[in-house]
Design a protein around this ligand. Structure first.
Ligand SMILES: [Fe+2]
Length: 202
């Protein structure tokens, strides 16, 4: 990704995070938004490595493939993030009669799970030897596009809607407990630190 595009993305993400700044640390929505920022930076890195596959040097291409797989595995490990949305946030919205947007988000989760799995399988089965460059680049493009779009919809539509509809702080506390039981993402050390501290203080 070109530097100017990346900085636009980062500025956009920063302004989205600012929208949720008033929420207490560890709030269900604030944590999800912080995780989105981590996922977006991994997507930038994924795209950069995918572009490197055009490199004619075989060793460089193998190195990029390994890095792509490493990032895909990290993005696959975002499953607790999706589980918290699917098992805690979306059902709370559905209880309030908001059914279509959560269903649409779940459908997109499923599509992305398949792309991530396909990418991982395709790279590992060829033992990191660059064979299907075009297919891998296409899948990376597809994943980046769907996931960026998905995050944008959650940050700008679904999460503000949830904050507007769920006014009761005690409901958010109960939802936080359910989220704690599901767990957090390994790539988000800040979240993990805050979570560990909150457990120690409880
Ligand atoms: Fe999300």
């Amino acid at each position: 990704m070109k530097n100017e595009n990346r900085s636009t993305c980062i500025n956009h993400t920063v302004s989205e995070i600012n929208t949720f700044e008033h929420l207490p640390d560890g709030h269900v929505i604030k944590t999800l938004v912080e995780e989105h920022a981590h996922i977006l930076s991994m997507l930038d890195e994924l795209k950069e490595n995918s572009d490197q596959l055009r490199n004619t040097d075989l060793i460089d291409r193998e190195r990029s493939l390994k890095q792509i797989n490493h990032l895909v595995v990290k993005i696959i490990s975002a499953e607790p993030h999706h589980q918290r949305e699917e098992r805690v946030l979306f059902p709370a919205l559905e209880d309030l009669g908001i059914t279509e947007p959560p269903q649409c988000m779940v459908m997109e989760h499923e599509i992305m799970r398949k792309i991530k799995k396909d990418l991982n399988l395709m790279i590992v089965k060829d033992h990191f030897i660059p064979k299907n460059m075009i297919e891998i680049q296409d899948l990376v493009e597809k994943l980046c596009s769907i996931l960026r779009n998905h995050i944008q919809k959650e940050n700008t539509v679904l999460f503000p809607l949830a904050l507007q509809m769920i006014k009761d702080d005690s409901q958010w506390s109960r939802m936080r407990e359910e989220c704690d039981n599901i767990g957090y993402c390994c790539f988000c050390p800040q979240t993990k630190k805050e979570y560990d501290q909150s457990v120690l203080m409880a």
